[in-house]
Design a protein around this ligand. Structure first.
Ligand code: KG4
Ligand code: ZN
Length: 335
């Protein structure tokens, strides 16, 4: 069975074609970074316009790279949310048109769920594996930070979310205040490579409540104040400032995830979403975790359509789900 996935929830126009076991036949991503960079964040109006310009080309390119024709596609899977409505609608309309014209089933999927299945795609450590549950998954991206307990494919229990900002949002804001563009994560990672991660302290807000929840607004504010109050240090020791900020963020993510993994006695931990590409996060998890930690391939940590294709395939084959042509964008959608 051949599934075509479409992902346009944010600023990447992505189309992928996969086989049923998660083997990737093509995975095309047309990045819009260059159009948003100077604004320090994503401009929704620009994102949807660019999606509309790029989607046709991206679909054709994915077919060409997979050496397939439209008629060879058996299922069309598309992100229905969460995300920017104008962006989501472009992908949804393309998917619905294909489904109608080809008379092939359509399925709308949750972008967050998609990130989870990046672990099960070709090249990832859980490719073709089914013996990994119970698995704890940390979804950590620009819009979300949450801990999810999985008892099997499509079986989730959300243990906790961030109460305010997502981890990616905090690091993006920090980079922006330093005068850099979007996305901030890779920039801070590069700046901090040679720095001392323990040199500066960035206190995070502590709060009472569930130990599986997160909060990054305190860290974000501490970062912004540090930049405002210490121009001399920023000038002379930026590498250690970046490394220390990144380290503070990583510590929170790792500590809370390991606590949940121990409490729920899981077999392993999966870390997915854009921030999971981070080298310091990967190294720290691998160093301190008592159970195996799995990461997607770096290129599949950030948004892509292969993960959307696999999610749709699983929902369609395991649960028999399909969507009809009334499928609509849902900007706020939880797992
Ligand atoms: O999953 P994603 O591509 O889009 C969302 O669904 O949000 O995640 C984007 C986020 C951004 O905040 C970006 O700065 C962050 O992932 N990110 C990173 C790295 N690469 C992307 N953060 C830290 N280190 C990285 N290498
Ligand atoms: Zn994402």
């Amino acid at each position: 069975m051949i599934t075509l996935g479409i992902e346009t929830s944010c600023d990447d126009t992505a189309v992928a074609i996969i086989e049923s076991d998660g083997k990737i036949l093509s995975n095309v991503l047309t990045s819009q970074d260059v159009f948003h960079r100077d604004f320090g964040g994503i401009v929704p109006e620009i994102a949807s316009r660019k999606h509309a310009e790029l989607i046709g080309y991206t679909i054709l390119e994915a077919l060409k790279l997979a050496s397939l024709l439209l008629e060879d596609i058996n299922l069309i899977s598309v992100t229905k949310g969460p995300g920017l409505v104008g962006s989501l609608l472009v992908g949804l309309e393309a998917a619905k048109s294909l489904s109608f014209a080809l008379n092939k089933p359509l399925i709308g999927v949750n972008h967050l769920e998609g990130h989870i299945y990046s672990l099960f795609l070709e090249g990832a450590p859980l490719y073709k594996r089914k013996d990994v549950f119970p698995l704890l998954v940390l979804i950590v991206s620009g819009g979300h930070t949450e801990l999810v307990l999985m008892d099997g494919f499509l079986k989730y229990k959300v243990l906790g979310r961030t109460r305010d900002d997502a981890a990616g949002e905090a690091i993006d804001k920090f980079a922006r205040f330093l005068g850099y563009g979007y996305p901030g994560g890779p920039i801070i990672e590069k700046l901090g490579l040679e720095g001392d991660p323990n040199k500066y302290q960035f206190p995070n807000l502590t709060f009472k409540g569930s130990p599986y929840e997160f909060s990054f607004s305190g860290l974000k504010t501490a970062g912004v104040y540090f930049i405002q109050n210490h121009p001399d240090i920023i000038q002379n020791d930026l590498a250690s400032v970046a490394a220390s900020f990144e380290n503070a963020l990583v510590r929170i993510l790792v500590e809370r995830t390991i606590k949940a993994a121990t409490d729920f006695n899981v077999k392993g931990i999966g870390v997915v979403g854009g921030v999971s590409a981070n080298k310091r996060l990967r190294e720290t998890f691998s160093r301190v975790s008592p159970v195996p930690v799995y990461f997607p391939q770096k290129a599949l940590s950030t948004d892509n359509a292969a993960m959307i294709a696999l999610t749709g395939y699983l929902r369609h084959t395991i649960n028999g789900e399909t969507s009809d042509l009334t499928l609509d964008a849902i900007s706020r959608l939880e797992l």
